[in-house]
Write a protein that binds this ligand. Structure first.
Ligand SMILES: NC(=O)C1=CN([C@@H]2O[C@H](COP(=O)(O)OP(=O)(O)OC[C@H]3O[C@@H](n4cnc5c(N)ncnc54)[C@H](O)[C@@H]3O)[C@@H](O)[C@H]2O)C=CC1
Ligand SMILES: O=C(O)CCC(=O)C(=O)O
Length: 526
C-alpha cells in the first residue's frame, strides 16, 4: 500500500495543511518519505462530529456485530503483511522480531476483546423486579446496564507503535465498549499509523458501520491533541506517554464545561525489592536477570525496573558485581526518537552529576545516532529520601540501587515512593515475613505486585492490572491492559418502570441475549 501522508477522517483521506510531519529513522537520523500533513481545528471538528453522529448507532450494534468488527480490524492488520513491519522498524528503530511479536499482541488483544463483547458480562445487567405488594412502600421495577461513554480520543504511544497505538489496547477496549474513536497519531510513526488506520477504516466499511466510528489525525505540536480533548463531543481520553503530556491533557479535560475522564498512563520507576534470603541464595542470577529486564527494548517500557532496594552487605555486593559485569557488556540499542534519546542522556547525566549518587556501571557505547548506553547507579536510603529528583523516571535503560541499612529503612523508603505500575519482590521462603510487612505499602503504591520475576512483559489477560496511583496513571481505579480496560469507557444507567418494549435487549424478560445477569441479587444466566 502506498503511503499517502493523509489523515483519515471517516471514509475520507484528507491532506492536512498545518505543517509537515516526517518520521525519522532513529538508526540513521534520516527523514523518511512521505511527508504527512498536520491537522488543525477543522479536522478535529469534522472527526468529532462524525464520531458523535456514529455514536448512537455504533453503541447499539449487537454484540456479535461488534465482535466481528474487532476481528475484521485484526485480520486487516495481518493482511498488511511485511510492509507494516518494515515501516515500523524504520520509524521506531525497534527490532523486527519485537515488532512481529507486538503485532501478534495487537491482533490478540482485538480478538480477546471480540470474545469479551460476545460473552457480555461487561454489560453488567442487573434486574430488581417490582414488588408492588411490598409494605410500607412498593418497589418499582429497576434494571441497570452499562452503556459506553461516547467518542473517545486515543493518543498513540511512541514506545509501542502497534500495541499501544492506532489499533492498540485503548482503541480495542473503546470499540469493544461501543465508543467511536478519534486517534491522535504519534508523530514518531506516522507511516505505521496510516497503515493501521487504513486497516481500521476498511473494517468499518466492510462491517457496514457508520464512518465516524474511526478517524485518524496527525499533528506535530500540542494543538491537535488539546483541541481533541477540549472538544465537547469527546467523552473520554486514553493516553500513554510522558507525565508532562498526560498532566497537560488532564488539565484540559478538567477545565472543560463538562469535564471528562482521562486515562493517562505516564511515569513509573517500578521498584524491585531484593530481600535478604533471596540475595543470599542467588545474588548472581538476580544480577543477570535484572540487567536483562533493564536493557530489554532499550529500557523503553513504562514497566522498566528503575530502582532497586536492598539491605546493604556482602550478598548485595555479589548482586552488584554480577549486574555490573552484565551491564558493562550490554550493547547499545537504538532508541525510538532523537528526543527520547536526548531525554535519556540528560537524565543519566543528572544522576552521574549528583554528588549523592555513585555510577556503578555503563553499558557499551554505540557507534550510531540515538543509541542507549545503559547505566546503573547507587545511592543511600537517606539520600533518596532527601532528594526528590532521584524519584523521577529516566525513560530508558537506567536504574538506581538504593542501599538501605536495614529492612526498617527499606520499608521507610517504600513508604515514600510515588504511585507505581509495578512493585517486584525477589524473595525466598525465609523472606516471607519481610514481604508480608511490605505488602500493605506496596498495595497502596502499585497496580501490580509480582514475586520472583521482573516487571517488563505485561500479560494481556483478564486479571491484569496495568495501572496504579498517580503519577503512574491519572486514575488508579482502572487498567489500560487486559480485558478490564473496557470498564474505563462504560457508565451505568438505571431504567425505572420503563415499559418492556422500550427496554434494551440486555434487560428484557426472558434474557434474549443469554447474558449473565444479577436478578434480585442472584447472579446467573437468567
Ligand atoms: N511511561 C511511559 O509509558 C512512557 C513515557 N514516555 C516519556 O515521554 C517522553 C516523550 O515521549 P513521547 O512518547 O513523545 O510522549 P509525549 O507525552 O511527549 O507525547 C505523547 C503524545 O501526546 C501528545 N502531547 C504531549 N504533550 C501534549 C500536550 N501538552 N498537549 C496536547 N498533546 C500533547 C503528543 O503530541 C503525542 O502525540 C519520553 O522521553 C519518556 O520520558 C514515553 C513513552 C512511554
Ligand atoms: O510492557 C508492556 O506490555 C506495557 C508497557 C507499557 O505500557 C509502556 O511501556 O508504555
Amino acid at each position: 500500500m502506498t503511503l499517502t501522508g493523509m489523515m483519515l477522517i471517516g471514509v475520507e483521506s484528507h491532506r492536512g495543511r498545518n505543517g509537515e510531519i516526517r518520521a525519522i529513522d532513529p538508526s540513521t537520523g534520516a527523514a523518511l518519505d512521505p511527508a504527512f500533513g498536520g491537522g488543525g481545528a477543522a479536522e478535529v471538528d469534522r472527526a468529532c462530529q462524525l464520531a458523535w453522529d456514529a455514536f448512537d448507532r455504533f453503541r447499539e450494534t449487537a454484540p456479535e456485530d461488534r465482535a466481528v468488527f474487532l476481528e475484521a480490524v485484526a485480520r486487516n492488520i495481518l493482511d498488511l503483511g511485511d510492509e507494516l513491519i518494515v515501516r515500523a522498524v524504520a520509524e521506531s528503530g525497534l527490532p523486527r522480531a519485537r515488532l512481529e511479536g507486538e503485532r501478534g499482541r495487537t491482533v490478540g488483544q482485538l480478538r480477546l476483546f471480540a470474545a469479551v463483547v460476545r460473552e457480555g458480562s461487561w454489560i453488567g445487567a442487573r434486574i430488581d423486579p417490582a414488588l408492588p405488594e411490598r409494605a410500607p412502600l412498593p418497589r418499582p421495577d429497576l434494571r441497570q446496564r452499562r452503556i459506553p461513554l461516547g467518542p473517545v480520543a486515543v493518543f498513540g504511544a511512541s514506545n509501542f507503535p502497534l500495541a499501544f497505538s492506532v489499533a492498540g489496547g485503548d482503541t480495542a477496549s473503546a470499540f469493544a465498549a461501543g465508543c467511536p474513536v478519534v486517534v491522535k497519531a504519534h508523530s514518531a510513526h506516522p507511516g505505521t499509523s496510516e497503515l493501521v488506520g487504513r486497516a481500521v477504516q476498511a473494517a468499518v466499511a466492510e462491517c457496514g458501520l457508520p464512518e465516524g466510528v474511526f478517524s485518524l489525525i496527525f499533528g506535530a505540536g500540542t494543538s491537535v491533541g488539546t483541541a481533541l480533548v477540549a472538544d465537547p463531543r469527546i467523552k473520554a481520553v486514553g493516553f500513554t506517554g510522558s507525565r508532562r503530556g498526560g498532566v497537560a491533557l488532564m488539565e484540559v479535560a478538567a477545565k472543560r464545561p463538562e469535564p471528562i475522564p482521562v486515562y493517562a498512563e505516564m511515569s513509573s520507576i517500578n521498584p524491585a525489592f531484593l530481600l535478604p534470603a533471596a540475595l543470599a541464595a542467588r545474588a548472581e542470577a538476580l544480577g543477570r536477570g535484572f540487567v536483562a529486564s533493564l536493557t530489554l527494548g532499550a529500557g523503553q517500557f513504562c514497566t522498566n525496573p528503575g530502582i532497586l532496594l536492598a539491605v546493604d552487605g556482602p550478598d548485595l555486593d555479589r548482586f552488584v558485581a554480577a549486574a555490573v559485569e552484565a551491564l558493562g557488556g550490554s550493547a547499545a540499542p537504538t532508541m525510538l526518537t532523537p528526543g527520547i534519546h536526548a531525554a535519556f542522556d540528560a537524565g543519566v547525566a543528572a544522576l552521574a552529576d549528583n554528588a549523592l549518587v555513585a555510577t556503578l556501571a555503563r553499558g557499551l557505547d554505540g557507534d550510531g545516532p540515538n543509541q542507549c548506553r545503559a547505566a546503573l547507579f547507587a545511592t543511600t536510603a537517606d539520600a533518596f529520601l532527601d532528594d526528590p529528583s532521584l524519584r523521577e523516571e529516566v525513560f530508558g535503560s537506567a536504574s538506581l540501587l538504593i542501599r538501605c541499612p536495614d529492612l526498617e529503612s527499606l520499608r521507610a523508603v517504600a513508604e515514600r515512593l510515588d504511585g507505581q505500575l509495578t512493585a517486584t519482590l525477589q524473595m525466598d521462603a525465609a523472606d516471607a515475613g519481610a514481604a508480608a510487612a511490605l505488602l500493605p505499602t506496596l498495595e497502596r503504591k502499585a497496580g501490580r505486585i509480582l514475586a520472583n520475576g521482573w516487571p517488563t512483559g505485561v500479560e494481556v489477560c483478564h486479571a491484569m492490572v496495568h495501572g496504579g496511583p498517580f503519577p503512574a496513571t491519572s486514575d488508579s481505579r482502572t487498567t489500560s491492559v487486559g480485558t478490564a480496560a473496557i470498564e474505563r469507557f462504560l457508565r451505568p444507567v438505571c431504567y425505572q418502570d420503563i415499559p418492556a418494549g422500550l427496554l434494551p435487549e440486555s434487560l428484557r424478560d426472558g434474557n434474549p441475549l443469554g447474558l449473565w445477569r444479577r436478578v434480585d441479587g442472584a447472579l446467573g444466566r437468567h
